[in-house]
Design a protein around this ligand. Structure first.
Ligand code: ZN
Length: 336
């Protein structure tokens, strides 16, 4: 899922995003609640209509933003979390009921539960508290009303602690949501431990419902979580990398600011058919990036999203033909 944080995948027209192969977008509850406001979006016909995107939208709950902006948190208790929002600094309170209400107003196709996301490496007692609250909040949000036809996904916590992750996974799975997400990983913990946790905890989630790993977007990470049984993932990495002037390719990441591309007439990636690779050279895109031309950021965003969508599509096709292990191995070998 490409990320459309504030109601747009930065710099791209929705038709372009669709043509890259994206079938679903992620929208951020936190940002849209404050600007322009979820009630305004509801009054104007919902988020799909507001942003001109007719395909599915998943909205997060705002929990990740609240808890990752740690300096803004004033208080976390069993009822909810109070924080100063980044737009005007006013004290704001998020509860499971409000997370449900905002996402109902946005009218997304998939709404996420509000969870407590502790930073990596916190003492076990804090991790345990987050697991307990995340389950209690999920139970409350499950009882709240939602938009017509809207699906709702639970989120597991527990970091890489085997016992707490297992407890959270079993508690959330028992609440029988439409799908289940693995949260609180890819936030700075040991990467091998993260993959290992994903591998066994995914197996505890019902196979007949979507499993969503929140926040992974690098090629290796995507392939690892797919192998573990994950169906969905999102990350700002493809578009954020584009904005720093880098391209994701099958041979690894290219920093287009590098002088070695000054006369490079090849496309970003020989195997890519995106609008950037179909027509423009590395030399030209390097020039655009170095001059901060908007087209440079657009072309890199188009390419990086196509690259990531192609990676996921290739994985899906390989799974269907029983060749995923070979697909993953070939991809990672070329990436080294
Ligand atoms: Zn391309």
């Amino acid at each position: 899922m490409p990320v459309g944080t504030k109601g747009s995948v930065k710099s791209l027209h929705p038709d372009e995003v669709r043509e890259l192969g994206a079938e679903i977008l992620l929208g951020n509850t936190y940002h849209l609640h404050f600007r322009p406001g979820d009630e305004l979006i509801r009054d104007l016909g919902g988020l799909h209509r507001f942003m001109g995107w007719e395909q599915p939208i998943l909205t997060d709950s705002g929990g990740f933003q609240v808890f990752s902006l740690r300096d803004t948190i004033a208080r976390v208790d069993d009822d909810g979390v109070t924080f100063r929002n980044v737009y005007d600094g006013h004290a704001t309170r998020f509860t499971p009921e409000l997370a449900a209400q905002i996402q109902a107003n946005l009218g997304s196709d998939i709404a996420m539960c509000l969870d407590q996301v502790p930073p990596a490496g916190v003492p076990r007692s804090r991790l345990e508290e987050a697991v307990r609250r995340t389950t209690a909040w999920a139970e409350r949000q499950r009882r709240a009303s939602r938009a017509e036809g809207q699906l709702r996904f639970g989120i597991t916590q527990g970091g890489i602690d085997p016992e707490l992750r297992r407890r959270s996974t079993e508690e959330i799975a028992a609440l029988d949501f439409d799908g289940n997400a693995i949260g609180g990983l890819a936030i700075g913990e040991d990467r091998d431990a993260m993959f290992e946790t994903t591998d066994w905890s995914t197996a505890l989630l019902p196979a007949g419902k979507p499993r969503y790993f929140m926040g992974i977007g690098d090629p290796e990470g995507i392939l690892e979580v797919i192998e573990a049984g994950v169906d969905m993932f999102d990350c700002v990495l493809p578009t954020r990398t584009a904005r720093t002037g880098s391209a994701l390719t099958r041979e690894g990441r290219l920093n287009l600011r590098n002088a070695r591309f000054a006369r490079d007439e090849r496309p970003l990636d020989e195997n890519c058919s995106c609008p950037a690779c179909a027509r423009f050279t590395r030399a030209y895109i390097r020039h655009l990036v170095n001059q901060s031309e908007l087209l440079g950021l657009r072309l890199l965003s188009l390419h990086n999203l196509r690259f990531t969508c192609d990676l996921a599509r290739g994985a899906r096709e390989a799974i269907e033909t029983g060749g995923f292990a070979a697909y993953k191995r070939d991809f990672l070998e070329r990436l080294q």
